[in-house]
Write a protein that binds this ligand. Structure first.
Ligand code: TRP
Length: 334
């Protein structure tokens, strides 16, 4: 049984519907039933070159987005990673029980470093800090997507190595899969996962203006000129996926059923599908966008993050206070 979940999200500035359906929506659903900790990982963000002003704004913006999407800072402990510096202390200690060989096998490092002219050692040890994030709270569940499975596996190896050297202490964190492990693909390259870094046409931002969302959905790739026979092309399948996720929340599943039936008999017009995707999506996004506008003008988000950090820090300090004597660190524990 999972008792406490932890997840981290990079302050990329804006959430897209892939983040929303794939992760944030599940986090919001979980917070009623299980102790939840969500962290905006700004220490991780500086592993690649980022402007300080941009980073600060992106961090606050991500927090605002998350709360607007339903993360309730009263229920979930929501905070900014660097407000709890114990993450880096545990990161250092865990780095000393992590092998270079294991870190060298991380595919995300290989990917990211191939795009960087300056490769920081922080980018290399990124997964150690991630393990520290999770283990600092002794979280046993981590709701993340497939792309983080390798990092999570390493977190377990790190926990095991720590435990075998210093005595049983950390639980081995498990992946938690949401009710519906949604994987939304890029609109302009439906064979790749939706991401912001691929470019403007690839994603739909949760907070994007309606006109821009309409335009992006209308220009989504449908058939890519593949010899597909009767099979659904990846682009069309992706639109149906978005429609399914949206109508699940709006309750208008008959729209989905009709369009599916049309597709089955070969009478579906993609423009009709796209209009439906746009309409249903906006029904979900509109209230989120309104909530965001209110939050932003209230100026309360900083305070929410600070009180989140206070709660997180109490737990973090407790873990560190136990870890230090186990390892033999410092003078305060003779
Ligand atoms: N590496 C994760 C990502 O890119 C973000 C992250 C940092 C994280 N620390 C974490 C996720 C701890 C889960 C748990 O998505």
């Amino acid at each position: 049984m999972i008792t406490r979940v932890f997840s981290g999200i990079q302050p990329t500035g804006t959430l897209h519907i892939g983040n929303y359906f794939g992760a944030v929506r599940n986090w919001a659903a979980m917070q009623d039933d299980i102790e939840s900790i969500i962290c905006i990982v700004d220490y991780h963000a500086i592993t690649i070159d980022v402007d300080p002003t941009t980073l600060r704004q992106a961090t606050l913006s991500m927090a605002t987005d998350l709360i607007a999407c339903g993360i309730d800072p009263e229920k979930t402990v929501l905070f900014v990673q660097s407000d709890v510096p114990e993450h880096t202390e545990l990161g250092w200690i865990l780095g000393c029980v992590t092998s270079i060989g294991d870190l060298s096998r991380m595919t995300q490092f290989k990917d990211k470093s191939s795009k960087q002219s300056f490769i920081s050692s922080g980018l290399f040890t990124y997964p150690v800090l991630q393990a520290a994030d999770i283990l600092l709270y002794k979280a046993d569940g981590v709701p993340v997507g497939e792309d983080q499975i390798q990092h999570l596996e390493l977190s377990r190896r790190i926990a095991r190595r720590f435990n075998s050297r210093f005595g049983e202490f950390f639980p081995e964190p498990q992946q938690v899969v949401g009710e519906k492990g949604a994987r939304i693909m890029s609109l302009s390259d439906p064979t790749a996962k939706m991401s912001k870094s691929a470019g403007e046409t690839h994603y739909v931002g949760v907070m994007e203006p309606e006109t821009s969302i309409r335009k992006k959905v209308r220009s989504a790739v449908t058939d890519m000129g593949l010899e597909s026979g009767d099979a659904m092309s990846p682009g069309v399948a992706n639109l149906f996926e978005i429609l399914e996720l949206s109508t699940e929340s709006t309750g208008q599943t008959d729209i989905l059923e009709n369009l599916r039936a049309n597709f089955a008999v070969g009478s579906l017009m993609y423009s009709t599908l796209k209009d439906a995707v746009f309409e249903q999506l906006m029904e979900i996004l509109r209230p989120i966008q309104e909530k965001r506008a209110k939050l932003e003008s209230s100026g309360d988000v900083i305070d929410m993050l600070r009180s989140g950090a206070k709660r997180a820090r109490i737990m973090a300090k407790e873990t560190i206070a136990q870890v230090r004597p186990l390892v033999g660190l410092g003078t305060d524990n003779p």
